[in-house]
Design a protein around this ligand. Structure first.
Ligand code: NAD
Ligand code: TYD
Length: 360
């Protein structure tokens, strides 16, 4: 087979991070993207409606667990890289029903790696050395930190605590093995909690924005003092581009936002922003809606990222401060009522009822 073309194959590109990535990628590079996405509850083709009619973008609805489909897409489009986002991504759902996480995150990543390796092995030498498989993973594979522990680095031992984290850890190990065994050019990124436009409102930040707007209770798990590092989604997208362009194959890169915050502080900041941007005279501040509910089983206490390797080797650092990123995010949700209506389907309402009725 000849050298690959200029296009890339993105998996899970109709989800939150994948759709932001495709929009940023086409704007930054102008190069074509094929998006393989099953369109589960988390996938929304409307996130990419600004690319309707753009010849550089093509959506293929399909499953990464389907080897014939993946193999034929690779042969047809001959991409120069795969950026693999597709996953089941919500910890609470992995506790309620773990099976889909094993299927998509473990089996699906295996199918992709295997089909990609076959495709890569048939490229000419220049094509092989240019090809990249970028596996997008999470800091949750490292487990939970104590208050004063050093942040996760690329050499921190894996200690996944939820079925979601365990399934992502398994996929990271498969990616590692494909490099080690066959020299297949894998890059792995482990990032912290993303936030920004197009995030499905089952995750903390968009859920709290919408509930605050609608005057509903704001359900904080446990004592609210669990800490996450927050990464603005566009910063994550620029980091992935840097890793794809300049990362050393076989390496892993941690990506963080330098923004550790306790959940209760995040929720309070959201309340203050909604009060400011949508004032309601005569009603109490939105922070009065905060309601402590039953904790998540096995709830990791703290995540923190040491992003010094990507800063040193690839000269990447986040551009967005948490406060300005959160303001942009709240504004985006306030300005996109139609998008919100379109994602809050019957299945979404069932999930919200199930998760929060059991906790209250
Ligand atoms: P998401 O849940 O918003 O989107 C996942 C996408 O994958 C959806 O479009 C869905 O339709 C698609 N998908 C699911 N199963 C599929 C299958 N079998 N075949 C093809 N497509 C399938 O997820 P996200 O928040 O955008 O996360 C993207 C990636 O980043 C995931 O791998 C996740 O583990 C990782 N990650 C996310 C975060 C975060 O804060 N959101 C943090 C660290 C790492
Ligand atoms: P989440 O957005 O689900 O991301 P992750 O579990 O992958 O970090 O949750 C972020 C934090 O917010 C986590 O500590 C759990 C907490 N949380 C709540 O307190 N209430 C909620 O309704 C949700 C969804 C999360």
């Amino acid at each position: 087979m000849s050298s690959p073309r200029d296009s890339i194959l993105v998996t899970g590109g109709a989800g939150f991070i994948g759709s932001n990535f495709i929009l940023c990628w086409i704007e930054a590079t102008g190069a074509p993207v094929i998006n393989l996405d099953l369109l589960t509850y988390a996938g929304n083709p409307a996130n990419l409606s600004s690319l309707d009619g753009d010849a550089r973008y093509q959506l293929v609805r399909g499953d990464i667990c389907d080897p014939e489909l993946v193999g034929s897409l690779l042969r047809e489009h001959q991409p120069r890289a795969i950026v693999h986002f597709a996953a089941e991504s919500h910890v609470d759902r992995s506790i309620a029903s773990p099976e889909a996480f094993i299927r998509t995150n473990v089996q699906g990543t295996f199918v992709l790696l295997e089909q990609a390796r076959t495709y890569w092995s048939q490229l000419d030498q220049a094509g092989q050395s240019a090809f990249r498989f970028l596996h997008v993973s999470t800091d949750e594979v490292y487990g939970s930190l104590g208050k004063d522990d050093p942040a996760f680095s690329e050499t921190t031992a894996y200690a996944p605590n939820s079925p979601y984290a365990a399934s992502k850890a398994a996929s990271d190990h498969l990616a590692r093995a494909y490099f080690h065994t066959w020299g297949f050019p894998v890059l792995t990124t482990n990032c912290s909690n993303n936030y920004g436009p197009f995030q499905f409102p089952e995750k903390l930040i968009p859920l709290m924005i919408l509930n605050a707007l609608e005057g509903k209770p704001l359900p904080v798990y446990g004592d609210g003092k669990n800490v996450r590092d927050w990464l603005f989604v566009e910063d994550h997208c620029s980091a992935i581009r840097a890793v794809l362009e300049r990362g050393r194959v076989g390496e892993t890169y941690n990506i963080g936002g330098n923004s550790e915050r306790a959940n209760i502080d995040v929720v309070t900041s959201i309340c203050d922003l909604v009060d400011e941007l949508r004032p309601q005279s005569g009603t109490p501040p939105r922070s009065n809606l905060i309601t402590y509910v039953a904790d998540r089983p096995g709830h990791d206490r703290r995540y923190a990222i040491d992003a010094s390797k990507i800063a040193r080797e690839l000269e990447w650092k986040p551009a967005q401060q948490f406060e300005s990123g959160l303001r942009r995010t709240v504004r985006w949700y306030l300005d996109h009522a139609a998008w919100i209506d379109s994602v809050r389907t019957g299945a979404y309402r069932e999930w919200i009822a199930k998760n929060y009725t059991e906790r209250s």
